[in-house]
Design a protein around this ligand. Sequence first.
Ligand code: TA6
Length: 292
Amino acid sequence: MRPDPAVAASGLETLQGQPCIRLNTVHGDSALVALHGAQVLSWVAGGRERLYLSPRAVLDGQSAIRGGIPLCFPQFNQRGPLPKHGFARNLAWLRVPASTEGDAQSTVCLALTDSDATRAWWPERFAARLTVALGAGSLRVQLAVHNTGSADDRAWSFTTALHTYLRVEDVERAELSGLDGCARWDALADAHGVQQGPVTFAGEYDRVFSAPAGAIHLHAGAHSLQITQSTSLSNTVVWNPGAALCARLADLPPDGYRSMLCVEAAQIDQPVALAPGQQWQGWQQFNLLPAL
Ligand code: TA6
């Protein structure tokens, strides 16, 4: 029987002074979503925290928050003239009504539309919605983008990523399967290749893959997960800073890299072009796997 969404209470709370929405399920799973950046900061499922939020993350209502699920929009990394990873993660989003769909027990929807602040970086008219849906042992994050310009405005394009920081016990013992045979670009060596076998980690790692048709599995003991993404997000990015870069990032503790692995659903290689009135959407979903 489907639980009554009204029973699975969702409410407003704060984390280090930042307004957040709490989602709960009747099974004891929960998620915490900051209005700043529409960023998921916590997902507890099966009695464990599944996301990595740095203990040194800066929650000041301006900075990008290190950890959880930052949204890169309308630019991924430095592939364009905007600030790194765009501006969406640096702005406050507004809560708007959400409909509960599919297996979700608790859902929140946040919206960002163009403003003087966004037009100072990017002149385009847009509306973005980020929907976080919590189910029993599952989390889905969906981004929808709408070109709200009028008919005589021009089309514009964007790149994006759901830059998820997954929690692992020790990244050097974690393994990602499902990317075998996928084209990849190594951002560190600026080299193209094809993935052979599972991905493992022994130092800094930063690669953009063609997204696989099937699911990716994170094998990390009790932190194992199945990861899927919409076909509208045609890249998967895997990032871990390793010890040396981690030591240079002020908002990560020196050993923070060991406890995190970014597996990102992204649209990078082919920017999404939207004419006035057009819309696009893409999602990433996580499901618990039994511990190995
Ligand atoms: O998605 C991987 C990446 O683009 C890396 O190159 C690395 O810079 C990472 O994102 C984190 O970026 P940030 O601006 O949040 O420090």
